[in-house]
Design a protein around this ligand. Structure first.
Ligand code: HEM
Length: 488
């Protein structure tokens, strides 16, 4: 009898929830404009491989370089003056906002990527103290080169010698950057890039958590995921399980760090935060945020870069020549020497122009406002700037904007940087990426050491790319390449 009652109650509850969803959808999000219709029905995918390519097409066609997706309450811009306005001039009016905190809260908690105000200021100050230290770059250089010499190169050597086997470079780079960020930020080595390439439930769980969290933001009906979460069903159930696994890892990192305590002679980011709080959940949020910051972005940048390099042998040859010129004077063993390689730096920037690891970034307007291009923004609107589209704007890069051309970053052979508001790959303004210098060290060292020792051949077909949805750009299906040893 009791079971029967609870079943009836359950049916009633589901019926009630369904009615709520229908009423909500009818009243809240209805727009029949061409763009919204294409978004809701996904008809854009008949013409474009990726949502970011469709947005780029729309932004290019718009006279203001700004568009509106009404069903998402989202204004998207590729105008660099709008970007400067949001990220610097009127920074206080464009925080990350509560809607995003809710969407990413289960995964990122109160970590730096998901907070505003005092909590953000405190975490930024702490991270600045660690990442802004003069010694940081040479420490990053050491950690990165140790991982390259002891794991990356031996792995590629062994695979290339075994019948010239195919390697999924995206998977390799995710493992590489995971090891590096853990060693650098937490003094912990997860050994993901061990030569046996151990199956990692953890990295799969991390990918899934990032993917499912990002998918929440793409839904026009936010109530749907909230109800699924309440009932613990479908994608929300999987998200909960994957976050549980990621949490277990984060707590293990913290436990190990506590155990190491004063025995360790190296200060790292985690120990700096541990000195200010004992709250394990807060420390967990810090660990997750830095894993996301340092793993997925770097892996994505490297994967994109090698996809481009494998199709541009002349650029590969120029990188090798530049390194050879430098090596004639002295071996490349220190950070200052890396800094001298202007063509290499230009190549890295150019790769991320075409394939930025974070393709778009959203804020929420606090009050009614007008953007520099005249677009009016109502309070509570999500305003997104789009580095992927901005990297493909003729108005910014000229008529050869689709060409992979490192020379565009050089003036008299010396690296010259555009204003970050035209190239917000690392964001810009008050919340600019704090790991930029470390990321550049990582990217340049990997490119150089692999290109000096190996030739690369692409197995993944050249041409258009398909991305998987997620917080950072990921190639659907990975990046299959073959390496062969060069005569040195
Ligand atoms: C190619 C590699 C990287 C790219 C393209 C990149 C890009 C970005 C972007 C776009 C943001 C703004 C995110 C947002 O506010 O939503 C950001 C923030 C941040 N990044 Fe990076 N990042 C990279 C590597 C790293 C690394 C290796 C670290 C850490 C060592 C790092 C640490 C941070 C931190 C702490 C923030 C938060 C800044 C704040 O909110 O004040 N990043 N990064």
């Amino acid at each position: 009898m009791e079971i029967q009652n609870s079943s009836i109650l359950m049916v009633f509850l589901l019926f009630f929830i369904l009615c709520c969803i229908l009423i909500y959808c009818k009243t809240k999000v209805q727009c029949n404009c061409k763009i919204c219709h294409a978004y809701i029905t996904s008809s854009w995918s008949n013409e474009f491989d990726n949502l970011c390519d469709w947005y780029t097409h729309l932004l290019k066609s718009s006279p203001t370089k700004t568009i509106h997706i009404h069903v998402l309450h989202n204004t998207i811009t590729s105008d660099h003056q709008n970007v400067e306005y949001m990220l610097k001039t009127r920074f206080e009016n464009y925080p990350k906002g509560k809607p995003f905190s809710a969407i990413l809260g289960d995964f990122l908690g109160r970590g730096i990527f998901n907070v505003d105000g005092d909590s953000w200021k405190f975490q930024r100050k702490m991270a600045c103290l660690e990442l802004g230290k003069m010694s940081m770059r040479s420490h990053a250089f050491e950690v990165v080169n140790h991982e390259i010499d002891h794991r990356l190169i031996p792995l590629v050597l062994s695979v290339s010698r075994k019948d010239h086997k195919v390697l999924d470079l995206q998977d390799v780079f995710k493992r590489f950057s995971f090891d590096v960020i853990c060693k650098f930020s937490f003094g912990y080595d997860p050994k993901c890039l061990d030569e046996s390439l151990p199956m990692s439930d953890l990295t799969n769980a991390f990918d899934l958590a990032s993917q499912l969290s990002a998918q929440r933001a793409m839904k026009p009906y936010q109530l749907v995921w909230k109800i699924k979460r309440m009932l613990n069903i479908g994608s929300e159930k999987r998200l909960k399980e994957s976050i549980k696994m990621v949490n277990m890892f984060a707590h293990e990192v913290i436990r190990q760090r506590i155990k190491l305590g004063s025995c360790s002679n190296h200060e790292d980011l985690l120990s700096r935060f541990m000195a200010t709080t004992k709250d394990p959940n807060y420390l967990r949020d810090i660990v997750i945020s830095f894993l996301l910051a340092g793993r997925d972005t770097v892996a994505s940048a490297l994967t994109g870069l090698f996809w481009l390099l494998a199709q541009h042998p002349k650029i590969v040859a120029t990188i090798r020549e530049e390194a050879l010129r430098m090596a004639k004077h002295e071996a490349l063993t220190s950070f200052p020497q890396l800094h001298e390689l202007n063509y290499l730096q230009a190549t890295v920037y150019e790769g991320m122009r075409l394939l930025p690891p974070i393709q778009f970034n959203s804020k929420f307007s606090q009050i009614d406002d007008i953007l520099p291009d005249g677009t009016s923004v109502k309070k509570g609107t999500r305003v997104t700037y789009h580095p992927y589209a901005m990297g493909r704007m003729e108005s910014i890069w000229g008529s050869d904007y689709l060409d992979f051309k490192p020379e565009r970053w050089l003036k008299d052979g010396v690296f010259y940087q555009e204003t970050p508001f035209k190239y917000p790959v690392f964001q810009a303004g008050h919340r600019m990426c704090l790991g930029k210098e470390m990321a550049l060290v990582e990217l340049k060292c990997v490119v150089l050491s692999l290109l000096q020792r190996f030739d690369i051949e692409l197995e993944t077909p050249a041409g258009t790319l398909k991305f998987s949805p997620g917080l950072t750009a990921t190639f659907a299906g990975g990046l299959a390449v073959r390496f062969s040893e060069r005569d040195m």
